[in-house]
Design a protein around this ligand. Structure first.
Ligand code: SAM
Length: 217
């Protein structure tokens, strides 16, 4: 019999066979802290997660909006809903040899994610889906402005494309969360390259051993 390691789950270090999210309690608490600060400081813009898997982190965002009676913010979900892409190592050499596309556990269909929202009674017009590869969906996404940008697409390509197309839409005072900054060197490289390109000097704060966030100044 395989036991679940409680510390691994709390910290989001495993890939649970049976859960709505893999990110663990520390990172869920970080989402809640960011959202409460955004609302307290009246920061304009919607929330997005790029890389949603079974949708748990975004279900949590929508649930919090409902709990707090917020009707003017939308939660956007961007995902292929068929797992990670094969590495495009010609354009993104940092991703060479990464075989995450080959892990069936990392795939969850749009219908399953929508059904997960339904289970909680949270599938409504404040939840919008951007279905497809980030390189196709994010450049044309009808997202006007954001106050919370949560990146969880793992790869250099997935992280960089999300930053390039969505960070300019993040309001000053909004938060960007990088789920895998200290988990995957290729994810870290994309963030470091992008921050250097735009001269971003905001302090990065550790959430746990894998995830970080910063607030746009
Ligand atoms: C680690 S999982 C996300 C975990 C999720 N945030 C949670 O709360 O459990 C990574 C997700 O990113 C998606 N993904 C990664 N790169 C992508 C890309 N370039 N285009 C579309 N989806 C992508 C995968 O389909 C997968 O659902």
């Amino acid at each position: 019999m395989k036991y679940v390691d409680k510390q691994e789950r709390l910290n989001g270090y495993d890939w649970p066979s049976n859960a709505f999210t893999m990110i663990g309690l520390n990172r869920l608490n970080n989402i809640e802290d960011c959202i409460r600060t955004i609302l307290k400081d009246n920061i304009q813009g919607d929330f997005i997660e790029t890389g949603v898997w079974r949708g748990g982190a975004t279900i949590f965002m929508r649930a919090l909006l409902k709990e707090l009676g917020i009707k003017d913010k939308t939660v956007w979900l961007a995902d292929s809903f068929k797992g990670l892409p094969k590495p495009n190592s010609k354009s993104y050499p940092a991703d060479e040899g990464i075989d995450l596309y080959n892990r069936p556990i990392l795939t969850c269909s749009l219908e399953e994610v929508q059904n997960n929202f339904r289970i909680f009674g949270l599938l409504d017009k404040q939840v919008q889906f951007l279905s497809g590869w980030f390189k196709d969906t994010l450049p044309i996404a009808p997202v006007k402005n954001l106050s919370l940008l949560r990146l969880d697409g793992d790869l250099y390509e997935s992280t960089l494309i999300a930053l390039e197309h969505l960070y300019p839409k993040l309001s000053v005072g909004g938060f960007v969360i990088i789920d895998d900054y200290n988990a995957f060197p290729f994810c870290k490289a994309a963030v470091d390259d992008y921050r250097m390109k735009i001269n971003c000097e905001e302090l990065m704060i550790e959430i746990d051993n894998e995830a970080i966030y910063w607030r746009k100044a």
